[in-house]
Write a protein that binds this ligand. Structure first.
Ligand SMILES: CC(C)(COP(=O)(O)OP(=O)(O)OC[C@H]1O[C@@H](n2cnc3c(N)ncnc32)[C@H](O)[C@@H]1OP(=O)(O)O)[C@@H](O)C(=O)NCCC(=O)NCCS
Length: 184
């Protein structure tokens, strides 16, 4: 892939440890690498992302996650710079518009192998950009109340805490119509 003419939503990111990853939209070919990578995740990471424990990513779930509905969903991965299908996936960030609204829910997982190096922030900023381009009103996500990493990240991007309907969860929401200097 030519570096000076990357397709939309593609970018290279060099991590602090020197490893280079390609940020790009998720593709159907990512289903198998996603399933393989899932087995390397810690139970706490999985629970923080899905809000409940799951032991494996079934082929059906992997197929669904890798085929976002272009009308209302968008998902980015941070992958090895190899052809889709071969590339290992280190992070996935997705957003889905709630049907009939201008609100969208996000979910993100940056695996601990590449955590703490700025990828979570970069991917969240890209989701915010997508949501703004779609002229949405609000971007929100449900976060376990002890998930200090995600709550810290959301706070630093201008998300406000709301009370979630479920005990043990905090809803964080960004008002996309207000000026948000941190989340451009
Ligand atoms: C939360 C998560 C996405 C953060 O990704 P990351 O790539 O490690 O985050 P970054 O390196 O971009 O850090 C961004 C900010 O997050 C916060 N943060 C990250 N790790 C943190 C930690 N261990 N404790 C407190 N704050 C932390 C900080 O505000 C940090 O900003 P700083 O580097 O300027 O201090 C990642 O830990 C993760 O995927 N966790 C499991 C799944 C999950 O919790 N998903 C969220 C619910 S959908």
């Amino acid at each position: 892939m030519k570096r000076d003419r990357l397709p939309p939503w593609h970018e290279y990111k060099r991590l602090l440890n020197g490893r280079e990853l390609l940020i790009r939209p998720i593709r159907p070919e990512d289903a198998e690498p996603l399933r393989a990578g899932f087995s390397l995740l810690r139970p706490d990471e999985v629970r923080q992302r899905f809000l409940y424990a799951i032991k494996e990513l079934t082929p059906d779930t992997a197929a669904r996650l890798t085929r976002p509905d272009p009308e209302r969903e968008f998902a980015l991965v941070a992958a090895e710079p190899l052809p889709p299908g071969e590339a290992l996936i280190g992070a996935v960030a997705r957003v889905a518009i709630a049907p009939g609204t201008r609100d969208a829910e996000f979910a993100i997982l940056v695996s601990h192998f590449i955590g703490g190096m700025g990828l979570g922030r970069l991917l969240m900023l890209r989701l915010v950009r997508w949501a703004r381009r779609k002229q949405l009103r609000r971007l929100y996500g449900d976060v376990l109340e002890h998930n200090t990493a995600m709550l810290g990240l959301a706070h630093s991007l201008g998300f406000r805490r709301e009370t979630a309907d479920t005990p043990g969860l905090v809803r964080v929401a960004l008002d996309l119509e207000a000026t948000a200097p941190h989340a451009s």
